[in-house]
Write a protein that binds this ligand. Structure first.
Ligand code: SUG
Length: 417
């Protein structure tokens, strides 16, 4: 069994819009009610996947969820025609594009039964995200239906907020070796909500059959959440034996680093000091929402958003880092501005699964030809732009629904309709 890291990117849905729905996510609030460009957004996402395929990385896809979500509106006693302005944008949100929030994933070498476990996130803190999970669950059961290799769990009950892999990291000498899993939770975010509850993280660790000796729970620092780090993946990212984090990411970083060094002696911690890059610049630029990847020819690279290159303190620090003797040797820049304007960088757009690609339903695996077919479908069907009032227009509702159907047909995934 050949385990590889596969990045499953959420294809950006035809209803992508800026509704300012996420308190604590500064980009979402700042861009509230701007005009969005779903077609450009989705094409940017495809180009990121193409870039990563070109690096020799394994790439997968998830499809957008049905929007507007008629079932959710019906559960709330309304319809898309009659929904109040307080609900309609939430029913249209394309937020499932941020696949890092779809589920938490524990690869086979870490689990008691030797299967890769996935727990769908309940996303209960934000109304517009709380209705993603039933369709995400269906999609993951389809993609990872091979019961010899995978087990997909239903979400933690809504008593405790769970935001999936965005608050979870894994440190291992290599992808295929047993790792240490780190669950990062929030206690308080000052004026902003802490979206990940420690009880949810503990439940996920139990579902996955993780070894308690090799499972760490670390609190996010309150100052990070209050500065706009609504998920840990805005201030830290890990890959194999490397942890790349901001100095102010964790409440008690010394304790976390000591535990990691004891459990994985090969660990390399690359910490960015606040004196070099302040939390504000780190969050504005999404420096840590980069994809930290192992390159096929050795060494690691960071796949960063354009905004990182445009932030002088960040770019200066990165250029110095790659000239040094550390484990991160290369920088790649991608344009995901449409997603970034809602607080979703390169790493938010993907769910990492370490598994044998041959065990995944092939309809969810991507190659160049499939990406061409996807971009053709997007160019033909995705709306060019959405202004807030357009959500009242029945023609747009039809357009969004037809666009998704066309994509499902293109991918032979109409069983998810
Ligand atoms: O949950 N934005 C998303 C961004 C998620 C980013 N994911 C990770 N960090 N892994 C969120 O806050 C904005 C929607 C709007 O305002 O229209 C939104 O949901």
């Amino acid at each position: 069994m050949a385990l590889r890291e596969i990045n499953f990117d959420g294809i950006i849905g035809p209803s992508h819009n800026y509704a300012g729905l996420s308190l604590g996510n500064l980009a979402s609030t700042t861009n509230a009610l701007n005009i969005s460009h779903p077609r450009d957004a989705a094409l940017q996402g495809v180009e990121k996947m193409r870039h990563n395929l070109g690096l020799g990385l394994a790439q997968g896809i998830f499809v957008p969820l049905p929007r507007p979500n008629h079932d959710w509106l019906s559960d709330l006693g309304t319809t898309v025609q009659d929904a109040p302005d307080t609900l309609r944008p939430a029913a249209f949100s394309a937020s499932a594009m941020w696949a890092a929030n779809a589920a938490t994933v524990s690869p086979a070498p870490d689990t008691e039964d030797g299967r890769c476990h996935l727990t769908v996130a309940n996303l209960r803190t934000m109304a517009h995200r709380s209705h993603e999970w039933p369709d995400t669950y269906c999609q993951l059961r389809c993609a990872f239906g091979n019961g010899e290799h995978f087990r997909v769990h239903r979400p933690v009950p809504p008593a405790f907020g769970d935001e999936g892999a965005a608050n979870h990291m894994r440190i291992a000498p290599s992808h295929g070796a047993p790792g240490v899993e780190i669950f990062v939770y929030g206690k308080s975010g000052g004026r902003f909500p802490a979206r990940q509850h420690v009880e949810a993280s503990r439940a996920v660790a139990r579902f996955h059959g993780l070894d308690p000796e090799r499972t760490l729970f670390a609190a996010q620092s309150e100052e990070a959440i209050a500065a706009g780090a609504f998920h840990n993946d805005v201030v830290a990212v890990a890959n194999e034996n490397v942890l790349f984090a901001h100095e102010q990411a964790f409440e008690n970083r010394a304790e976390l680093y000591t535990a990691l060094r004891r459990l994985v002696p090969e660990v390399e911690i690359v910490e960015v000091p606040a004196a070099a890059v302040g939390l504000d610049d780190a969050i504005k630029s999404y420096l840590f929402n980069a994809q930290l990847v192992s390159l096929p020819d050795g060494g690691m690279g960071l796949i960063l958003p354009e905004e990182a290159r445009e932030t002088p303190s960040v770019w200066r620090w990165l250029e110095q880092m790659v000239e040094g003797n550390g484990p991160i040797r290369e920088l790649f820049v991608v344009d995901v501005r449409q997603s970034m304007a809602n607080g979703g960088g390169p790493a938010c757009l993907r769910l990492r699964v370490v598994a044998d690609p041959a065990a995944v339903d092939p309809r969810f695996m991507a190659d160049e030809a499939k990406l061409d077919a996807i971009s053709g479908c997007i160019a033909e069907w995705w709306p060019e732009q959405i202004a807030p009032d357009d959500l009242l227009n029945p023609e747009l509702w039809d357009r969004i629904e037809h666009a998704r159907e066309a994509l499902l047909e293109t991918l032979d995934l109409s069983d998810l309709a």
